[in-house]
Design a protein around this ligand. Structure first.
Ligand SMILES: C[S@@+](CC[C@H](N)C(=O)[O-])C[C@H]1O[C@@H](n2cnc3c(N)ncnc32)[C@H](O)[C@@H]1O
Length: 324
């Protein structure tokens, strides 16, 4: 299948938007017979658009919790009319939408380039902006409020567990000390605080900017991203038809671990090394299309280096049944 680059790689404000693993994911979803597909992470709409372009018998229901995504979805509504529907909501609430029985369900987790490239959203230290980081910026607390107010345990969870920051002790202490100083209110000043809290000899070990992991950890914490992924996968699978396909693209190991374990669980395989349940105790509801995660091609990585971290997993639903 050939997907038109003009249709899916479009430019915006500060750069280009590249839907990740586009061709591989749409091919895997197999749209040849048409049907109703769910795009759980609309973002810039690259995957939704490619699904709609792949066959005139495809209809897409798309979800995104970012109010800006809703504005972008309006363009698809204009072009595809009744074939496209958008819900501004968290994908952990899939059960609330009235459409059910999807032929395919797609998740492309993480942030869109639209979110990353808008300084005022506070996701990136490449721009100086308010330290916000909410995917849905109409509710919840900002990253600034989080850093100023939560207890030390929650900070450790964010920086050590969600950010996987090796120097988490120093970063957490620096945050606690900086409370009330104004340094936790802007992306640049927070990035500098994190960098300055890591000893110089330690800094040489970082191949990425030393604040990258802490930014990731705080973002995951305030958006409750991992909980949402667990729920979204479960709900998405529940409303997938028997014979339907689910595809999930992750960007870091924490996301991919959740997908991998859930897919192994559904396929009746041990979820991890310590899972020693008897085979009779396992309920086989699905089959993984490939047991290993698929990575972006060299060609795609050359055009869009960010796709290097992407991991795609997919499964086919074999039977109905409660997910235990
Ligand atoms: C990587 S982008 C998706 C890009 C999209 N596939 C495209 O081609 O343009 C991920 C999107 O998922 C959204 N998102 C992340 N977590 C979400 C959640 N729990 N509920 C709803 N949307 C979510 C983000 O707001 C973001 O727009």
């Amino acid at each position: 299948m050939l997907i038109s680059l003009d249709d899916t790689f479009f430019t915006h404000g500060h750069g280009e938007h590249f839907p990740v693993m586009l061709e591989a994911s749409i091919a895997c979803l197999n749209t040849s017979a048409g049907g109703l597909f769910l795009d759980g992470t609309f973002g810039g709409g690259g995957h939704s658009r490619a699904l709609l372009e792949s066959s005139s018998n495809v209809c897409v229901v798309a979800i995104d919790q970012d109010p800006d995504a809703e504005k972008r979805a309006a363009a698809l509504k204009d072009k595809y009319g009744d074939r496209f529907l958008f819900y501004p909501m968290n994908f952990s609430n899939i059960s609330q939408i009235k459409e059910k029985n999807f032929q395919g369900v797609l998740f492309d987790f993480g942030l869109s380039s639209f979110q990353l490239n808008q300084g005022e959203r506070g996701f990136s230290f490449r721009f100086d902006g308010p330290l916000d980081m909410r995917m849905n910026n109409t509710k919840g607390i900002t990253a600034h409020e989080f850093l100023e107010s939560v207890d030390e345990i929650e900070l450790i969870r964010a920086i050590r567990d969600f950010g996987e920051e090796p120097a988490w002790r120093r970063v957490v202490q620096a945050i606690l000390k900086a409370r009330g100083s104004g340094l936790l209110s802007r992306t640049k000043s927070f990035a500098e605080l994190v960098e300055s809290s890591i000893p110089k000899r330690g800094l040489q070990r970082y191949r990425i900017h030393p604040a990258t992991r802490s930014f990731q950890g705080v973002r995951i914490a305030i958006n409750r991203e991992l909980e949402a992924i667990e729920l979204g996968l479960k709900e998405g699978f529940k409303y997938l038809k028997v014979g339907g396909i689910m595809v999930a693209i992750s960007f870091h190991s924490l996301e991919d671990r959740i997908v991998k374990r859930f897919f192994r669980h559904l396929s009746g395989r041990p979820e991890h090394k310590k899972d020693q349940r008897f085979q009779e105790e396992r309920n086989v509801l699905a089959k993984m299309i490939s047991t290993k995660a698929i990575k972006a091609s060299h060609e795609e990585i050359a055009v869009n280096p960010k796709s290097r971290s992407a991991r795609m997993r997919s499964l086919i639903k074999l039977s109905k049944g409660e997910v235990s």
